[in-house]
Unconditional design. Structure first.
Length: 397
């Protein structure tokens, strides 16, 4: 008798609310279709460091079924855990301990890192994984594309609180992040008003301003985004007026981590991760100091970062996560591989994986951002998708 087909599933990159809902829904549907399901722990590290054998490596592998996934969607994070491992660019210090020096030497690239793609392919075959479901942002999806190009049957599901994956209007985690941002900003209004300060809230968004823009949309705040270098004096004047007009004499600005002012630059600090990303200098602290100096009003830098990716998903992310998982399994059942689940024109859809090196999807400034007022545009929404984000020709993958 032939063995049942096996699906492997992993989560990579940063965690977001909704990942466990995807894992559960993929497992339930896969079992209905007659598949075995193998959870791969710690993202791509699970496929570089695992040691296949007669028994499953408990450090990196977990058999999933309806029983052990029944309640996981009630919590945030990912039960499979995650890392930012890039199998194509592994540091020497992070190589699997069992990998021989001779084999490693053959994989060393000109940049001194090691390409373990062949190891991943060998492990997928040894583990009997017929189909791989990957859940992640641009970094996880970029290596997913590498595997697809090497012949692996794979379906991808986009997640990132930045909402900037090319080819889709929505990524799992975005709504929960904006919901949390609204709660946290509204909570800070009392202390900002008590001290008559300007609050400068820093939010994720290295390359795209969706998180800052939508947080500002639901809090009626000013925001600055990476797509548009802004004028510091103009921002100061707007916040001074907001401060004067408020009965409690406070004002709010939200800055994406990658937003810069005209003539300014944010240096990157610390070592690069496996995908080449380095941390940027904390723009919230720098901008708060600039606002204090330019307005004469005490300004306070407030972090809106890791709190936004913790805890349970909101209702929208729960719906999208479960639906994305089932659309992915529809593709698997139909034998349509090398595809990514997406939202396009406000509808559930599927599309090709982003091309290698594809840039992040960015805010359509003309349609969504008021450059003079440094805030979202609220007019002209008739005919827009429910979540207001269309791909548009200017930003279509």
């Amino acid at each position: 008798m032939s063995r049942p087909q096996r699906i492997g599933i992993l989560t990579g990159g940063g965690d977001v609310p909704g990942l466990n809902s995807v894992i559960k829904s993929v497992t339930y549907r896969a079992v209905e279709l007659g598949f075995d399901v193998l959870g791969i722990r710690r993202g791509w590290e699970g496929l570089t460091h695992v040691q296949p054998g007669s028994e499953l490596d408990p450090e990196y592998l977990r058999v999933l079924d309806r029983r052990n996934t029944r309640t996981i969607d009630r919590t945030g994070g990912t039960v499979l855990h995650t890392t930012r491992t890039n199998p194509a660019r592994v540091n020497e210090a992070n190589l699997p301990p069992w990998l021989s020096a001779e084999r490693a030497k053959s994989m060393r690239g000109p940049d001194g890192r090691f390409d373990l793609t062949d190891v991943v392919l060998e492990h997928l075959e040894a583990l009997g994984i017929d189909v791989l479901v990957t859940i992640g942002g641009d970094d996880t999806l970029s290596f997913s594309r590498v595997l697809v190009d090497r012949g692996i049957q794979l379906v991808a599901i986009p997640k990132t609180m930045d909402n900037d994956v090319p080819g889709t209007e929505y990524c799992i985690g975005f709504s929960s992040a904006i919901t949390r941002a609204k709660e946290l900003i509204d909570r800070q209004r009392t202390t900002l008003g008590s001290h008559e300060r300007i609050g400068v809230f820093r939010i994720f968004g290295r390359d795209a301003g969706f998180s800052a823009l939508f947080a500002a949309y639901v809090t009626s705040a000013r925001c600055v985004i990476p797509e548009v270098p802004y004028d510091l004096d103009a921002l100061g004047a707007l916040l001074t007026e907001d401060h004067r007009a408020s009965p409690s004499h406070y004002a709010i600005a939200i800055t994406a981590e990658g937003a810069t002012w005209q003539g300014g630059a944010l240096p990157e600090v610390g070592p690069a991760d496996a995908f080449g990303h380095r941390h940027k200098t904390n723009v919230g602290e720098v901008l708060a100091a600039e606002m204090t100096a330019r307005t004469g009003i005490e300004s306070l830098a407030i972090e809106l970062t890791y709190d936004l990716r913790s805890g349970q998903p909101d209702a929208l992310d729960q719906v999208v996560a479960s639906t994305f998982a089932n659309v992915a399994m529809d593709l698997v059942a139909d034998g349509r591989f090398g595809r990514m689940v997406a939202i396009r024109d406000g509808k559930y859809a599927e599309t090709g994986l982003p091309a290698a090196g594809a840039s992040a999807r960015r805010v359509d400034v003309e349609a969504m951002y008021n450059v003079e007022r440094l805030r979202p545009r609220y007019d002209g929404r008739l005919g827009s998708p429910l979540l207001l984000v269309g791909l548009g020709e200017a930003v279509r993958a």
